[in-house]
Ligand binder design. Structure first.
Ligand code: CAA
Length: 283
């Protein structure tokens, strides 16, 4: 099947990044948010990213304008009526995702593939909200989407070969390298990354080292681009929180237990860059 038009549900950090990358690759994109204010915020963030690229001389003004012109913002799922693929990028809450997929099953054309950008939840569980189990898969991007080269492709027991191969061609067509994982909690990357960042929080909590030294140790000792506490601030403490919660519920593996400090920061909305404060200050 040929993908021409792509829908993206959610224009937060991940949804906006996905919208940007997909539109830059030449696809028409419909991107939705729950209200006009969030939609405007998401579209403005895409515009600002593209403006930076123009200022750096990495993108022509004409290409920026053409990219923005390929993006249509909406607050109604009716506008997904002519999409060939719709990617859901909402918060990591199963009930919410199931509701979105039940709506998409009605509004997207019968031939359309439905995908979730979930970081940790079962794609099969989401698929049960639809009447097209064979046309569901996971297409998991990484933050910041325009920079990170990886996509995890998640195949459920019901995903058809055609859906899977179309998903793979699509991910490659937007410039990503594909790795394949079964529909198991955290797939590959989060299965390895989440325990590490939670351990970093426990190290801080127990007073073994300062936040700066934990981050510097991992950055310089393991050559990671950023330390684990800075990474939580980038991804969003709430995002890591929901992923860890879901992974613990699914596996009951104690390495996914959320440390106390994270519960407190979550309650205080110290969520990282997006709220101006996390492990570090961003004001
Ligand atoms: N959006 C778009 N582009 C961005 C960006 C953003 N949010 N942040 C940085 N960039 C771009 C910059 O514009 C710059 O582009 P150019 O080279 O074209 O100028 C480039 O990235 C490098 O940025 P900087 O020079 O400002 O900073 P840096 O070299 O420290 O890189 C970083 C920043 C790319 C974020 C890098 O620190 C990094 O790779 N960090 C690790 C990110 C990571 O691990 N992400 C995965 C998180 S886990 C996840 O996403 C999965 C999940 O399910 C939660």
């Amino acid at each position: 099947m040929e993908i021409k038009k792509v829908g993206v549900v959610g224009c937060g950090t991940m949804g906006a990044g996905i919208t940007q990358v997909v539109a830059m690759s030449g696809y028409q994109v419909v991107t939705s948010e729950i209200n006009d204010e969030l939609l405007k915020k998401g579209l403005n963030s895409i515009n600002a990213q593209l403006t930076k690229s123009v200022e750096k001389g990495k993108l022509s003004q004409a290409d920026k304008d053409a990219t923005m012109a390929r993006i249509k913002g909406t607050t109604t799922t009716k506008d997904f009526g002519d999409c060939d693929l719709v990617i859901e990028a909402a918060v990591e809450l199963m009930d919410l995702k199931k509701k979105i997929f039940a709506d998409l099953d009605k509004s997207a054309p019968k031939h359309a593939i439905l995908a979730s950008n979930t970081s940790s939840l079962s794609v099969m569980d989401m698929a049960t909200a639809t009447s097209r189990l064979d046309k569901m898969l996971g297409i998991h991007f990484f933050n910041p989407v325009p920079v990170m080269k990886l996509v995890e492709l998640i195949r459920t027991i019901a995903t058809s070969d055609e859906t899977f191969e179309t998903g793979r061609r699509f991910a490659e067509s937007v410039g990503k390298t594909v790795v394949v994982a079964k529909d198991a909690p955290g797939f590959i990357v989060n299965r390895l990354m989440v325990p590490q960042v939670l351990h970093a929080v426990r190290l801080l909590e127990s007073g073994i080292a300062s936040r700066e030294d934990i981050d510097t140790a991992i950055q310089l000792g393991l050559n990671h681009p950023m330390g684990p506490l800075t990474l939580i601030d980038l991804v969003g403490l709430d995002v890591v929180y929901f992923i860890a919660q879901a992974m613990y519920e699914e596996t009951k593996d104690p390495q996914y237990i959320i440390p106390n400090l994270m519960h407190k920061m979550f309650a205080a909305r110290w969520l990282g860059r997006k709220t101006g404060k996390g492990f570090y200050d961003y004001k």
